[in-house]
Design a protein around this ligand. Structure first.
Ligand code: BGC
Length: 708
């Protein structure tokens, strides 16, 4: 039977606008651990949704598990700067969803890293809208290529967790359009997600899920979005306003939502046309689903194949932040003294709806044990026993535990004498620093979170003292969800490997990067500031929601468009590691830049040459500096990027990139127009935002103005 809007009763159509109505995981009747489900109505089957975004998250119960690959967190995916690779990750996630009977994946998360402390930053990609948009578009294309819908979330300005259900984000229209809306605009136009999830917060006084300007004018009329908007779970305070605004599906929904909507229709507060408009979109979504098409889930996803994809993604997302005197890579057979409890309780992902339940997980210690390095077992056993004692026996054997331990353990477990002994009998020290973060709480600018604990600092100082006294190197591994403070202690170590939260293959990939089987090629998608006080959002309590006890009702995005490197560049604030930064074991040179402009596009071409000793990949970044015009301009903005193929020593690749002239526009809020100012533009090609190798120029003869 063909179902369409005309074949359904008014009541059935209203039922389509609200999910079946339990809260959080354990909701779906068909896949009991999924996050939500629509209703079976008039011949339409229910469709099932689940989280995202580090892999498929279906909550296990005592009778059944839905093991799924734990991929590196999205910030690490963005660190690869490799859309093709991220598309493969998306495809693998889509296949696992398909194989478990899930129709719509509640991912990717695409909010902006406005500052380092948002508890869900790991679920998001970057501080830059272009990088976020391009990586998210690749992710969505991958998921949807197998017939599963992707959901771009959380729309919009949901860049903090504190008081997330009620907080009012106050942001000016220019910043909103250039920074926060831009990534969503890119994915709507380039990847056509089946769904968008509106966020919990208010935007300039109105809940996003109840905001017709956002959900209808901007999203549909300006950008042409033709899919479903669903609410975040329990968002907003008025389902009638939600439907009127264009929030088609209220999640998790429930019978009470359906009755409120029905009453509103009876009272004439919600028109049948408004119901039809949203119901028609939900019907379309159901009809696109695999369930509607009769697909039978195999329940046997190809986890071994996807483990390889997770490995590849982590391998390209590792960022080498420091490598003095070529401390890395380590030679096979190197005797390694491994310090820090993070070698045992390595954090593979973050907490909340974005966590995962994989079949296996390799921590750093086991990864190194399986490599050509010789781990000092006596030292590591001290850590294994210590973690067992503190966290419980189960902690080590549980294959699918939630990483529920946010507080790092105390690290004062060795004496100076013991460390001296380990220094004598090993060749190198590796110190693991671990953190995690999660949904519902922001990180804090305190010791043990953004800053090292006193015991971590003492450990680094002691190891550095003892190993350096014998002329031996010290390597730090940062196993963290988002930036921490490094500027005050990085001089104590010789090399720093940033491995983020790398997913289930963690230890294996990290070991391979340490020995050079993997040559790090990740670049920072987000700035590491020297200190929290340097972050523009930290300037006043009004601009940062602070700690939950403050119970803030609003957060003002005081810095406007000057987020991340746009701020550090403009106000001459030296970061610890800038946006786009990342070293390699080899070296690259940039040569032969040509810049050619036609009416609508600018073509930028150049060679990247591997002039070092190891095969490697480079992420070439193109920034553009605009002339001053009708509005204040950032010093430069990322406008294009490309990761090279694996280049052998001596090999070169010609990179050819295209920039649309319209994408050079700034938003003039007082005139309500995008404007590309006439004048001379500088093209800056580099291996980070502050390591520019080549510059060129082009001119825009006449100012171009266009409506959003
Ligand atoms: C989160 C969403 C998630 C949803 C369903 C909410 O609390 O904010 O990101 O998709 O729960 O689990």
């Amino acid at each position: 039977m063909s179902v369409d809007i005309s074949s359904l009763s008014l009541e059935d159509k209203v039922k389509l606008l609200a999910g079946i109505g339990c809260f959080g995981a354990g909701c779906s009747r068909r896949v009991p651990g999924a996050a939500g489900e629509t209703r079976t109505v008039g011949g339409l089957p229910a469709i099932v949704m689940t989280d995202g975004p580090s892999g498929i998250r279906v909550e296990p119960n005592p009778f059944r598990r839905w093991p799924a690959t734990a991929f590196p967190v999205p910030t690490m995916l963005a660190s690869t700067w490799n859309p093709e690779l991220v598309e493969a990750v998306g495809r693998a996630m889509g296949e696992e969803a398909r194989d478990y009977g899930i129709d719509v994946f509640l991912a990717p998360g695409m909010n902006i890293h406005r500052h380092p402390l948002c508890g869900r930053n790991f679920e998001y990609f970057s501080e830059d809208p272009l990088l976020t948009g391009k990586i998210a578009a690749a992710y969505i294309r991958g998921v949807q290529s197998v017939g599963v819908g992707a959901t771009a979330k959380h729309f919009v300005a949901n860049d903090q967790e504190t008081n997330r259900h009620v907080i009012d984000t106050i942001v000016d229209e220019r910043a909103l359009r250039e920074i926060y809306l831009k990534p969503f605009e890119i994915v709507v136009k380039e990847a056509r997600p089946w769904a968008i999830m509106s966020s919990y917060n208010k935007l300039n006084g109105k809940y996003t899920s109840q905001n017709p300007w956002l959900l209808t004018k901007v999203l549909r009329e300006e950008w042409g979005f033709d899919g479903v908007v669903m609410s975040d779970w329990g968002a907003g305070d008025n389902p009638i306003e939600q439907v009127k605004a264009g929030n088609d599906l209220i999640m998790p929904g429930g019978d009470n939502v359906v009755s409120r909507l029905m009453d509103a229709v009876k009272r004439g507060e919600l028109s049948e046309d408004e119901v039809n408009r949203s119901a028609a979109r939900v019907i379309e979504l159901v009809k696109r689903s695999l369930t509607y098409k009769g697909h039978k889930p195999s329940n046997t996803p190809n986890l071994s194949e996807h483990a390889k994809v997770a490995y590849e993604a982590a391998a390209e997302g590792i960022v080498l932040l420091k490598n003095a005197r070529e401390t890395l890579p380590l030679r096979p057979g190197t005797r390694v003294a491994l310090f820090g409890t993070g070698q045992v309780e390595t954090m593979r992902g973050g907490l909340g709806s974005g966590h995962t339940h994989p079949n296996h997980f390799i921590n750093i210690l086991d990864g190194l044990r399986g490599s050509e390095l010789k781990v000092d077992e006596e030292l590591s056993s001290i850590y294994v026993n210590y973690v067992k004692e503190r966290r419980g026996e189960d902690y080590l054997c549980a294959l699918y535990y939630e990483e529920a331990y946010a507080e790092p353990l105390q690290q004062d477990i060795l004496t100076e004498g013991q460390v001296g002994e380990f220094a004598r009998r090993n060749d190198v020290a590796i110190i693991v620093i671990s953190r995690t973060s999660g949904e519902g709480w922001d990180r804090k600018a305190v010791k043990g979170d953004y800053y090292l604990t006193d015991s971590e600092r003492r450990l680094i100082e002691m190891v550095s003292r003892q190993f350096h006294a014998l002329g031996k190197g010290v390597v730090a591994i940062l196993n963290i969800p988002a930036p921490i403070e490094v500027a005050t202690w990085r001089d104590l170590v010789d090399a720093i490997l940033l491995v983020w939260l790398p997913g289930q293959e963690a230890g294996r990939v990290i070991a391979d990067a340490l020995v050079g089987k993997v040559n790090p090629s990740g670049k920072l998608p987000t700035t590491f500031p020297r200190d929290w006080s340097d972050v523009p959002a930290a300037k006043s309590a009004e601009c940062y929601p602070g700690v939950p006890q403050d119970n803030p009702r609003a957060v003002r995005y005081c810095e406007g468009i000057y987020v991340g490197y746009r701020y550090y560049d403009k106000y001459n604030v030296e970061p610890a590691y800038e946006f786009g930064f990342g070293l390699s074991y080899t070296r690259f040179e940039y040569r032969n830049l040509t810049v050619a402009k036609s009416e609508d596009i600018v073509k930028v071409s150049f060679d990247v040459v591997n002039v070092g000793k190891y095969p490697g990949k480079e992420v070439a970044q193109v920034y553009v500096k605009a002339p001053q015009g009708t509005v204040d301009k950032p010093i430069q903005e990322l406008k294009a990027f490309r990761k090279t193929r694996l280049l052998n020593p001596g090999e070169a690749e010609r990179i050819e990139l295209t920039i649309n002239v319209k994408d050079l526009a700034s938003f003039n809020a007082s005139r309500g127009l995008w404007i590309v100012d006439a004048g001379e533009y500088e093209v800056r090609v580099g291996s980070s935002s502050r390591d520019i190798h080549l510059t060129g120029r082009f001119t825009v003869d006449k100012t171009i103005e266009f409506k959003p």
